[in-house]
Design a protein around this ligand. Sequence first.
Ligand SMILES: Cc1cc2nc3c(=O)[nH]c(=O)nc-3n(C[C@H](O)[C@H](O)[C@H](O)COP(=O)(O)O)c2cc1C
Length: 176
Amino acid sequence: MNILVLNGSPRKQGNTKRMTEAFREGAEAVGHEVHIADVCHMKIAGCLACEYCHTKGNGVCIQKDDMQEIYELLGKVEMIVIASPIYYHGISGQLKCTLDRFYSAAYPKNPRNLKKAAMILSSGDANQYDGALFSFKGDFVDYLGLENMGVFTVHGGENGSAAKLKEIRDFGMSLK
Ligand SMILES: Cc1cc2nc3c(=O)[nH]c(=O)nc-3n(C[C@H](O)[C@H](O)[C@H](O)COP(=O)(O)O)c2cc1C
């Protein structure tokens, strides 16, 4: 299947990035096509709440920035992986801007092929995930109706560990 990973960390060799690469390695090994979008290095503005997409735009966002690339991928993929460092108990701001722009992509209907979702989170401390998980469950599992394929959280010294990277690689490999 086609899989889109949204990486919400600006750190090019950071913990989240390494986990997304481990996921890609596993998923590609069993024949999936994986695209990682490093949203912090793209020009993606926040939603303007102008309602153009919900009225005359009929699902098209009025803002023309690098989100166009994500919209195109969203039209193709069957699975999305939301990957982020925890910043102040939530996902990063850059990733939040990207997710808010789904307001147009999910109107009037969900992206055609999108059926599955997963989440990968990295934090300094343990038990920091309630905010991110609340939005993953509320927005992706409940609102968009996607199948929850798994949630992976990594904190402190576990970050970058061979065991955690293997767990995520194996997850990628387990996808049918
Ligand atoms: C702005 C900012 C806010 C952060 N807030 C939290 C937090 O609330 N809880 C926590 O455990 N770690 C917090 N951290 C630490 C990061 O989540 C942690 O270092 C993570 O592993 C970074 O992932 P990355 O290497 O993929 O960027 C914060 C880091 C930054 C830069």
